[in-house]
Design a protein around this ligand. Structure first.
Ligand code: ATP
Length: 312
């Protein structure tokens, strides 16, 4: 049933290509030289704290505001061009609907305006799991339902590219879970989704790639797995100082540091058994040894503090 909703790009060309994007509001440099590429079929997370420049960038991509400078291509054209708008669905900030009309009637109005066949309305309501409540007034919807109706509206034109600004913002945990599930579903159907978020765990859960923006500047663009970086080994051993010097000799000074009562060791996975062996052979008591992935959050703060250091 969702087959006709799959917005596939047959050429494999990036759907969004942004180079050197800058937006200035008076003295405020909201977006400062951002480069961004969104590939067909991916769920791309645009991650950054409040005020980082996410909404401004997404507003530019949807043609709502003009950039100060930079090159922006969306679906091969300029943002805001009628053809590009017709192939893009977006939800930027809170979606506006008539409160006294049902979700169904709100969407029917939009469908009429966009010259979309009525059957699409039922299709998208089904997709966002609102079919059961479609005849209730919009004003009776929970925030999560309102947001999902916003996504339904964005999907009406069967767009190739879906742009969602902070789609889970303000939702309760259940609402967040439903919205994330919906976005994953959209992504797995081959549709391309660009969303913004200030939640690291969220992009980790639903995105294929992530671009991190801070103070208007892109600090990294990677796939989520890469961003998590290498694994660290947690080693609890006694005597700790002796263990530390043995491992430092073995792996180099930069690879071993002390953290609380444990040692944190950067090591290739294939050397983990060897780490254990040389400690035990030296008579060290090893009571704990396991690997840990760096949280995306740690990576984020590392990257953004590097960025601050560069600027300062
Ligand atoms: N219309 C405007 N006029 C003046 N300054 C603005 C305007 N819109 C945004 N800004 C400023 O530009 C910067 C980036 O804002 P933007 O809304 O893009 O950030 P954001 O990452 O989306 O954050 P949030 O999640 O809080 O919306 C902020 O300093 C903001 O105050």
């Amino acid at each position: 049933m969702t087959g006709s909703l799959d917005g596939m790009n047959e050429t494999g060309a990036p759907l969004v290509e942004v180079t050197g994007l800058t937006k200035r509001y008076g003295d405020t440099l909201a977006v400062d030289g951002v480069d961004l590429t969104v590939l067909p079929g991916e769920v791309y997370g645009f991650l950054g704290p409040n005020g980082a420049g996410k909404t401004t960038t997404l507003r530019i991509l949807t043609g709502l505001i003009a950039p100060t400078s930079g090159d922006v291509r969306v679906l091969g054209g300029a943002p805001g061009q009628p053809d590009v708008l017709g192939r893009t669905g977006s939800m930027i900030e809170s979606p506006a609907f008539y409160p006294y009309l049902s979700g169904l009637d709100n969407l029917r109005l939009l469908a009429e305006y966009a010259e979309v066949p009525r059957r699409k309305v039922d299709e998208v309501l089904e997709l966002v799991d609102l079919a059961d409540r479609a005849r209730d007034r919009f004003s009776t919807y929970s925030l999560g339902m309102k947001q999902r109706l916003g996504v339904a509206a964005a999907l009406l034109k069967d767009p190739e590219l879906v742009i969602l600004d902070e789609p889970t913002n303000g939702l309760d945990p259940a609402g967040m879970r439903d919205m994330r599930r919906l976005i994953r579903e959209l992504g797995s159907g081959g549709r391309t989704v660009l969303l913004s978020s200030h939640l690291l765990g969220e992009v980790q859960q639903i995105c294929d790639r992530v671009g991190i923006i801070n103070s208007g500047r892109m600090v990294a663009e990677h796939n989520v797995e890469e961003l998590r970086g290498e694994q660290e080994l947690v080693v609890r051993a006694a005597p700790r100082e002796q263990a530390q010097s043995i491992l430092t000799n073995f792996l180099g000074a930069g690879a071993v540091h002390q953290y609380d009562e444990t040692l944190r060791v950067k090591v290739q996975p294939e050397k983990v058994a060897e780490v254990n062996r040389i400690l035990v052979e030296a008579g060290i008591a090893v009571s704990e040894l396991h690997s840990t992935e760096r949280a995306l959050e740690d990576v984020f703060f590392e990257l953004t503090s590097e960025e601050k250091a560069d600027v300062g």
